[in-house]
Design a protein around this ligand. Sequence first.
Ligand code: PGA
Length: 250
Amino acid sequence: MRTKIVAGNWKMNKTASEAAALIDGIKKELAGFTQVEAVVCPPFTDLKEAAAACAGSNVALGAQNVHWEASGAFTGEISAAMLKDLGVKYVIVGHSERRQYFGETDETVNKRTKAALAAGLIPLVCVGETLEERDGGKMESVVVRQTKAGLDGLGADLSKVVVAYEPVWAIGTGRTASPAQAQEVHALIRRTLAEIGGKAVADTIRIQYGGSMKPDNAKELMSQPDIDGGLIGGAALKADSFAAIIKAGA
Ligand code: PGA
């Protein structure tokens, strides 16, 4: 039985002073609720305040990116050890916005994933096709390629990752994949994970859906056999909608 995991990707939203208030609101909404793992992923600048707000609660802390080197001359980058030191547990890797706007490749996704795992962080590794790729009949090849390349060479650590399927055409567009459409790709990802690490391991790995997940569609999406949670953008910026999505996973 896989415990569902719902993570809020705040993207470039909320200052450090706003972060604590949002997390406090989420904690209030989720008081006593432990059936679904809840994670918030604020910007780097919020992590210290966010860590204090999350401490001792049922809300875990994640970051939105991590560099693969341990330290050195990499202006503007953040290492896994820096995140770990602040109490971060999860880190988003390979989000489509990183791939689209910041030159993220399958190779750098793999390097970041390995660095996160080596430091004891759990990577939320994002995969997903663009609308052009889907319309061109390439959804399957893109998702399989991103999954295999992003998770290449992890060995026994494969079992620790979380995968997020985020069809690019559904992110921030209000256009959600239908539960059947999402389930089809989640099953494909699980078959690919089985090819990489065997069926027993693949059956334990959580695969989140991301892309306009909202309180009113979360339950149906998370009822699908291979959808084990969500990676939430817009709806994670308000305590009530984020908590409603998390509760929909129970
Ligand atoms: P959205 O974003 O929920 O606003 O579509 C999801 C994501 O990019 O993780």
